[in-house]
Ligand binder design. Structure first.
Ligand SMILES: C[S@@+](CC[C@H](N)C(=O)[O-])C[C@H]1O[C@@H](n2cnc3c(N)ncnc32)[C@H](O)[C@@H]1O
Ligand code: SF4
Length: 477
């Protein structure tokens, strides 16, 4: 157990309360929408806003990167039960082994179809992320089978990180140990564990299918196999309190994990499936937190983590050292490298285009059966969209590298969106030097809102009337 520096709670709350004054001012100048709702910027244009596209249109005149490397994502959409905050289309419950086999067959075929489209016999990977769903909610035999065919198609010789996103329960007991061993044997070296909360009452409100004890046991079990560990939390969930959240972060810091990641609860769906949390909030059966209380939680956690020596290497993930971060996220969102995604809901993020797979199991199976990629939406970005994308992804996640921006867009970042940049600087939200444009600490806190300044009016997540008409209204040119 790591020693931690405990901070005075009254002081933490008072600092967070005064920070809320800043937040209110930012709402007054139109920077943040008045309802206080938020929209996480994950891609540009936003993932939910793509039009249908065919495989032929998406890959027309696509060129493999010069070094032949890709970051790779694979998605396994099965889980033990439905967590109430979750908006992912997944198949639930035990007894679906034959359905999982069917899915694994399809995923294998999809990889072959994709390699055919790219004209490759094997795909050279730079980093790998396997997510879900719960990609470890497979029997050990299925997990081995998946990894076996996966690594036959993916060349791992240049991989710098191989991450699995897992749920604590699947790492427990003899089966859990077997899974941990199998993943390690195939080269997995980092686990992202969905802990969500370290409070049994909160876990119950979320309908998580594990207890705090089980989450802690899963961390210990993973450590024995030498994995790097990132643990994930949600804040702003109904029924949580500022004090229960402080307890969670204090305990998280004692756990000797490498990274702590936190997500603000997203109530509205960001894909096609709306999770149950909206209904819970509407029914008001649990105490619902407002935007200010939720942001106080975020402020407090950041203050606690920074005081304890954690750094935010990539947005909303706090690491003990500068060398621990998700390579997959860094490569895709900060370096703007090409990423290929396989599986239901997976996306491929390429230098000048984006393809999104279907969210329907039946459509997924039918397209693959027909020898097609299971794509149903996407876009080849225009020059203007490319110029926005090249700022939005890196500024949200770290900083814009001027040289890289020129390579990816053909433009100098100093010559685009100059008025917007000047306004953000004037309000203390971004800073610039010869090499980079970076958010200030205040800007980093509101990274989603900063980058929404660079969305075209068609893709700003909230309507114009939801923002005040101030100097940072995102609809201003
Ligand atoms: C892709 S999810 C799946 C993780 C894994 N299946 C698990 O449950 O542990 C990755 C993370 O996103 C976060 N997340 C999922 N739904 C969310 C929501 N509605 N709002 C905020 N964060 C969410 C959770 O912390 C979750 O661990
Ligand atoms: S949060 Fe994870 S375990 Fe829960 S339903 Fe969603 S994908 Fe499954």
């Amino acid at each position: 157990m790591a020693e931690i520096k405990k901070l005075d709670r009254a002081e933490l709350k008072a600092n967070a309360q005064s920070f809320i004054e800043e937040y209110r001012k930012l709402k007054e100048i139109g920077f943040i929408n008045q309802t206080g709702d938020f929209f996480p910027s994950v891609h540009y244009p936003p993932i939910t806003m793509y039009q249908p596209i065919t495989q032929e249109e998406l890959f027309q005149s696509y060129r493999i990167p010069d070094d032949g490397l890709f970051d790779i994502y694979a998605h396994i959409p099965f889980c033990a039960g439905r967590c109430l905050f979750c908006h992912y289309p997944v198949q639930l419950g035990p007894g679906q082994d034959s359905e999982k086999d069917r899915y694994l067959d399809a995923l294998e075929k999809e990889m072959d179809i994709y390699m055919g489209v790219l004209g490759l016999d094997q795909i050279k990977a730079r980093s790998i992320l396997v997510g879900g769903g719960t990609p470890t909610y497979l029997t050990p035999a299925q997990l081995r089978r998946f990894l076996d065919y996966f690594v036959k198609r993916i060349d791992l010789s240049k991989v710098t990180q191989f991450n699995y996103d897992v749920d604590p329960n699947t790492l427990l007991g003899p089966e859990g140990e077997e899974r941990l061993r199998i993943m390690r044997d195939y080269g997995v070296d980092r686990l992202t564990i969905g802990v969500q909360a370290l409070n049994d009452r909160t876990l119950g409100y979320m309908n998580r299918h594990h207890s705090v004890r089980e989450a802690l046991d899963s961390i210990e079990a993973s450590k024995k196999f030498g994995y790097k560990l990132n643990i994930e939390f949600i804040f702003g969930y109904p029924g949580q309190t500022i004090d229960s959240w402080i307890d969670d972060i204090e305990m998280a810091m004692t756990l000797d994990v490498d990274e702590i990641q936190m997500y603000r609860l997203k109530v509205e769906a960001y894909g096609d499936y709306q999770g149950p949390v909206k209904n819970i909030i509407e029914k008001n059966t649990l105490r619902v937190l407002g935007d200010e209380e939720t942001l106080m939680m975020k402020r407090i956690a950041i203050d606690m983590l920074k005081e304890n020596g954690f750094t935010e290497n990539i947005r909303r993930v706090f690491s003990r050292t500068k060398k621990d971060f998700s390579h997959y996220a860094w490569n895709q969102c900060c370096m703007l490298y090409d990423e290929l995604g396989f599986g239901l809901t997976a996306f491929s993020s390429l230098r000048d285009r984006f393809g999104l797979n279907t969210q329907s199991f039946e459509e997924y199976y039918a397209l693959i059966e027909a020898g097609k990629l299971p794509l149903n939406r996407g876009l080849v970005r225009s020059e203007e969209q490319q110029e926005r994308w090249g700022i939005i992804l890196p500024l949200k996640n770290s900083y814009v590298q001027k040289k890289l921006y020129r390579e990816r867009t053909g433009e100098s970042v100093d010559s685009v969106f100059t008025e917007k940049m000047a306004r953000l600087k004037e309000h203390g939200l971004v800073v610039e030097d010869g090499q980079r444009i970076s958010p200030t600490p205040l800007g980093a806190f509101f990274a989603d809102e900063i980058v929404q300044q660079f969305h075209s009016p068609d893709y700003i997540p909230f309507a114009r009337e939801e923002y005040k008409e101030g100097p940072l209204n995102p609809y201003l040119p």
